[in-house]
Design a binder for this molecule. Structure first.
Ligand SMILES: [Zn+2]
Length: 357
C-alpha cells in the first residue's frame, strides 16, 4: 500500500518529461504497456471495420447483378419485369452493406421518380418511376454518399428500339405439342437484344418482357410510347385449317393508319408500310422462307395502341412441320435475330437519309 501511494505521489510530484523509462521500477511500467496494447487493439479494430466497410461498398460496385437485383445495374438500364401500367419499380438489394450505412443522394433532373422507399428490414431501396429510366450509381467515398442519378433514356440514346416478344405467362399464344409461341418469340427476341447490346451502333434496345410473364397490350404500348423510336412485336403464325402443311412462310403486319404520324413527341418518322417491308425483305432473304408479303391490319390491339413506327412480325408458321422445326432451331432463331438487327439498322439509316435531303 505504502509503496503504491508513495509511487503515485512520486509520479504526481515530478514533471513527466524529465522521466526516463529505464529509471522506473518494473511495476510502474506494466500498466503503461497494457494501455499501449489496448490502443493498438482499438486502432486495429477501427482499421478492420473501415476495410470491411469500404469492401462492402465496393462489393455493390463489382457485383452489380447480384447486389442490386434484377431491376437495375450500374450504368446499365433494364426494365423491371414486374412493371405495371402506372409505375416502374427499380429495387436495389444491399446484401452486404446495411442500408443505413450510406447516405443516398437521388439526382432526378427530369422528375422521373414517383416514390422512393427505404426498407431497412429487407435492406432494400426501391424507386418507383413514371417511365423507364436509366439509373447511374456512383459512390462518393469522401462523403460516404451513394449518388443515384435517374436519366430519361431518350436523353442518352438517339435510337431506341422496343422489342416485344408476343404473349407470355398465362397467354402462351399458339401451342403445338409441347411448343409455345411465347417461348419461341422470347428466344428470338433475346438473341436480337443481345446482338444489339453487343454492337457499337448506339442503338438502345428494350424488351417488354425478359421472361415468361404476362404483359398486357396496354403495358407494352405505354412502355413503347414512353421511350421508344421503333416497336417490333414478334410472333409465330398458326393455321390449323385444311392443308395446313401447305401454309408456311414469313409475313409482316402493319397498321396502315400510321398512328405515330400524329404523335408530336416522335423523334423518328417512317411509314409503317415501309418499315414492314424492310423487316419482310431481310427476314425472307436471310431465312430463305416463303415471302407472304406485308399485310395491312387495323385490328391488332397492340399496333392500335402504339404511337411510334411499329411492325408485327410473323416469323414462320408453327402449324407447318418443317417451319416449326426451324422456329425451334437455335441457329434459325439466331439468323432471324440477325435479319431483324439488319432491318433495324436499315430503318434508322432510312430516317437519316430521309431527313438529310
Ligand atoms: Zn402471336
Amino acid at each position: 500500500m505504502s509503496y503504491h501511494r508513495a509511487a503515485r505521489e512520486h509520479h504526481n510530484r515530478r514533471p513527466l518529461p524529465s522521466h526516463h523509462p529505464r529509471r522506473h521500477p518494473p511495476r510502474r511500467k506494466r500498466p503503461k504497456r497494457l494501455s499501449i496494447r489496448a490502443y493498438i487493439l482499438i486502432i486495429l479494430i477501427i482499421i478492420a471495420s473501415l476495410v470491411l466497410f469500404f469492401y462492402n461498398i465496393l462489393g455493390v460496385d463489382t457485383e452489380t447483378e447480384e447486389q442490386l437485383g434484377y431491376a437495375a445495374t450500374l450504368n446499365v438500364s433494364s426494365l423491371n419485369t414486374n412493371f405495371d401500367n402506372t409505375q416502374l419499380i427499380y429495387r436495389f438489394y444491399y446484401t452486404h452493406m446495411p442500408l443505413e450505412l450510406a447516405r443516398h443522394i437521388i439526382i432526378d433532373p427530369f422528375n422521373l421518380a414517383k416514390l422512393i422507399t427505404f426498407s431497412p428490414l429487407e435492406n432494400t431501396l426501391t424507386i418507383y418511376t413514371v417511365s423507364p429510366v436509366i439509373i447511374d450509381i456512383t459512390y462518393d467515398y469522401e462523403n460516404n454518399n451513394i449518388n443515384i442519378t435517374l436519366y430519361n433514356p431518350r436523353e442518352l440514346y438517339s435510337h431506341i428500339v422496343i422489342i416485344d416478344p408476343g404473349h407470355g405467362g398465362h397467354d402462351p399464344g399458339a401451342v403445338v405439342g409441347p411448343t409455345t409461341e411465347s417461348e419461341i418469340v422470347l428466344s428470338i427476341s433475346l438473341k436480337l437484344y443481345n446482338i444489339l447490346g453487343e454492337s457499337d451502333n448506339n442503338i438502345k434496345a428494350y424488351m417488354t418482357r425478359h421472361n415468361d410473364i404476362f404483359v398486357s397490350f396496354e403495358e407494352r404500348a405505354d412502355f413503347a410510347n414512353s421511350i421508344g423510336d421503333i416497336f417490333i412485336s414478334l410472333h409465330a403464325n398458326y393455321f390449323d385449317g385444311a392443308g395446313s402443311h401447305l401454309v408456311y412462310g414469313t409475313e409482316v403486319l402493319f397498321n396502315p393508319e400510321n398512328p405515330h404520324k400524329t404523335n408530336t413527341s416522335n423523334r423518328f418518322d417512317i411509314d409503317n408500310a415501309t418499315l414492314a417491308q424492310i423487316f419482310q425483305d431481310n427476314l425472307v432473304y436471310e431465312l430463305q422462307t416463303r415471302d407472304r408479303g406485308i399485310l395491312e391490319h387495323t385490328g391488332l390491339a397492340v399496333l392500335n395502341l402504339v404511337n411510334i413506327p411499329a411492325s408485327f412480325l410473323e416469323i414462320e408458321f408453327m402449324t407447318n412441320q418443317a417451319s416449326l422445326a426451324n422456329l425451334t432451331n437455335p441457329s434459325f432463331q439466331l439468323r432471324a435475330a440477325e435479319a431483324l438487327y439488319r432491318s433495324i439498322i436499315t430503318a434508322f439509316n432510312y430516317s437519316y437519309n430521309d431527313t438529310s435531303e
